[in-house]
Ligand binder design. Structure first.
Ligand code: AMP
Ligand code: ZN
Length: 122
């Protein structure tokens, strides 16, 4: 299957990894909307949120809580939005959640992905 997110999980494509366990993978978005824009994906290829099993939803909920706490602490922000797209607004057809620090109170990304990654990985 020609899926860029499956390739990232398999290590066939590079990514800036934030977190990984047996079921999910999180990494920096390559074109961040805001500083610290992270994508959380299931390792299994689900095309979109309609396909998700209850078990993976529960697991992703646990992980996104941890990632939210970690990102807010490391980036020293007090706001974070979580979203996912569906239908024509979903460009990559492998389900993914966007974690967006300060989305509604900042005016976009100010630093490079790598600069923010260094802060998060410290
Ligand atoms: P969506 O519209 O929800 O499908 O958004 C897809 C997201 O994936 C966008 O924010 C892209 O910047 C991001 N993206 C696409 N390719 C890559 C990649 N190779 N590594 C990291 N993020 C990516
Ligand atoms: Zn995939």
């Amino acid at each position: 299957m020609d899926c860029i997110f499956c390739k990232i999980i398999n290590g066939e494509m590079p990514s800036k990894k934030i977190y990984e366990d047996e079921l999910v993978y999180a990494f920096m978005d390559i074109e961040p909307t805001v500083d610290g824009h992270v994508l959380l994906i299931p390792k299994k290829h689900y095309t979109d949120f309609m396909e998700l099993d209850d078990d993976i939803i529960i697991h992703m909920n646990k992980v996104r809580k941890e990632l939210t706490k970690m990102l807010m602490e490391k980036l020293n922000v007090k706001a974070l939005s979580i979203s996912f797209n569906y239908g024509d607004s979903q460009v990559v057809k492998h389900f993914h959640m966007h974690l967006l620090p300060n989305l509604l109170i900042s005016d976009g990304a100010k630093n490079t992905v790598d600069e923010v990654y260094q802060i998060i990985k410290k």
